[in-house]
Design a protein. Sequence first.
Length: 152
Amino acid sequence: MKNTDDLKYRERVVPSITSLLPVLLVIPTAYLTLLPFSVQAGLVVGVSVTIAILVSIWFASPLVEIDSSGFAVGDSLLPLSVISGAEAISNKQSFEERGVKLNPAAYVRFQISVKTHVKVFIDDKNDSTPYWLVATRDPDRVVEILDNLKIH
């Protein structure tokens, strides 16, 4: 999405803080591994690798955006003209939607520890993808915005 003037919604779907806690174990692991050689090296390597992992997780997290051109997740754009509807997927429905109910042809973008999703249905004869299933922390808001943009 290039046009930020008419941006209606933007969310970087990062993992929760508690799911990132295991990354902090890199620091004592590096420290203990390098302790026989250098205390400082263990701390520097541990902190550096931890920061690199957290930055990588940040940039790998999907960016969900909605504007007048469509619904975008990362580099993928779904024009409003092919969206036939959207549905908020609650925490309770999420497990089935990601598992037994998942269509193999669907476009999916999940995020660890985010259990709510939005399901955006596609009506395009040139595309065999039936829907997009995307993790978001506010699926009701995404559905509301998409519905409002489709009406106008």
